[in-house]
Design a protein around this ligand. Sequence first.
Ligand code: HEM
Ligand code: HEM
Length: 168
Amino acid sequence: MPAREVKGYSTTQIALHWAVVVLVSFQFVAHDGIEDAWRALVGERQSGAGVEPVAYLHIAAGTLILVLALARIYLRWTRGAPSPPSDEPRILQIAAEGIHGLIYLLLLLLPVSGLIAWFLVVESAAVVHEWMQTILLFAIALHVGGALFQHFVRRSDVLMRMFRPEHT
Ligand code: HEM
Ligand code: HEM
């Protein structure tokens, strides 16, 4: 992504990053409601109890993630993002950027596939939704591993710049 040269992330970018972390964690922790509702919708279970409120929360939180991801991508294009440390091996810089790009793509496609599955009752979209969850978890594990590696092994400022806003 073409990013303007800035020294750090803004308060808004940092707030959006951590808000999305909370929302994505919620999606993975509290998914029983939407699964039950989905099985009832596609007829795998006798529906009588109706859709639990927590299922609607999954839809609301997922849609909010889509909106916040769009806001983050917009900010990244208009305001920019800090460059990787200059002494970082090129291969690690490319890996980090690639994982960021993959995470952004999944933060858009996961909600879209969920919305298509739910509102248009498309079973293949639900299968795609599940596949993408696994890929997202894998990408997040690498991402968090990379952030901790930067902080504790390379001792760079990369982790701290996702906490300390820089007004450039
Ligand atoms: C980034 C946002 C989202 C994440 C991380 C996410 C995550 C999840 C997870 C972990 C499950 C449980 C899957 C399983 O183990 O069986 C699930 C199921 C489901 N989600 Fe989402 N979801 C997101 C957005 C949405 C949205 C916006 C909708 C819109 C209606 C939606 C609809 C569904 C449906 C219908 C299911 C049940 C079918 C299935 O298991 O694939 N999701 N989601
Ligand atoms: C749901 C979990 C997470 C998601 C979806 C996520 C997503 C992202 C994305 C898309 C970026 C790129 C920001 C940009 O430049 O536009 C980013 C940056 C960053 N994230 Fe996360 N993140 C998650 C969890 C975490 C956690 C738990 C940590 C800390 C251990 C973390 C630390 C960082 C750091 C330090 C950066 C800045 C990297 C840099 O400046 O090169 N993230 N995150």
